[in-house]
Design a binder for this molecule. Structure first.
Ligand SMILES: C[S@@+](CC[C@H](N)C(=O)[O-])C[C@H]1O[C@@H](n2cnc3c(N)ncnc32)[C@H](O)[C@@H]1O
Length: 214
């Protein structure tokens, strides 16, 4: 059936045929093997990192590949994602997930520790979702273009404090900022429009910085 069609199921329930969005694939099609970054954070991270067609992006900590899929979509065919992950089994899952959305050719997976073993260069943006990003910054600095955007996603404020102290002491980065995104969805029906009772209370903090010329 064509997208946009309406059918009545044998149970009497109406169903709609809609083209799946990237979020639909991620939540309903991707095999999930780790904690993931949620759409509310993914959207802001992508814009803040200034990911665009042609960007060369380095990702540290692929996990399930939610973030990988989003940045692979926005770098276009001219750009590329270099995705580092220490656990080979997770790379296999993420590759399958990326194949499901046809984005696997825009990603090179590297089964390496992003804190010590980075092969890539001329990187426009680095995005880290690992527990100890402060240990990766010196290695990353060699891969980044001057003025590159760097983002770290961290679940606890203790990690943010440690990263911020490291960054301020290092002298390698400027424009240091930290954000937390809260998203409240509304219930919408003809007579009642109000915030949903339940919301996601906490996901993580987003730490942003820019690389100085070395
Ligand atoms: C929370 S998951 C990432 C989830 C991912 N951002 C997503 O949205 O699906 C963190 C991943 O980082 C990987 N990891 C942790 N330390 C790493 C390191 N030093 N180098 C590369 N990968 C690392 C872990 O194996 C794990 O798969």
């Amino acid at each position: 059936m064509e997208y946009g069609s309406v059918i009545k199921l044998s149970t009497g329930v109406k169903a709609y045929i809609l083209r799946p969005t990237l979020i639909d694939y991620m939540f309903k099609g991707f095999k999930r093997v780790t904690q993931v970054i949620y759409p509310k954070d993914l959207g802001f991270i992508t814009l803040l990192a200034d990911i665009r067609p042609g960007s060369r992006v380095l990702e540290g900590g692929v996990g399930t590949g939610f973030l990988t899929a989003v940045i692979a979509r926005y770098v276009g065919d001219e750009g590329h994602v270099y995705a580092y992950e220490i656990d080979k089994r997770r790379i296999d899952v993420a590759l399958e997930n990326l194949r499901l959305v046809g984005l696997e050719n825009r990603v090179t997976f590297r089964n390496k520790d992003v804190r010590v073993d980075v092969d890539d260069y001329d990187i426009d943006s680095a995005i880290l979702d690992i527990p100890d990003p402060w240990n990766a910054l010196k290695t990353l600095a060699r891969a980044l273009k001057p003025s590159a955007t760097v983002i770290s996603f961290l679940p606890s404020i203790n990690q943010v404090e440690k990263l911020v102290n490291y960054v301020l002491d290092s002298g390698l980065f400027v424009d240091l900022r930290t954000y937390e995104i809260l998203l409240r969805e509304y219930e919408v029906s003809k007579d009642v429009i109000r915030p949903k009772t339940m919301m996601v209370g906490h996901t993580g903090y987003i730490v942003f910085m820019r690389m100085l010329k070395q």
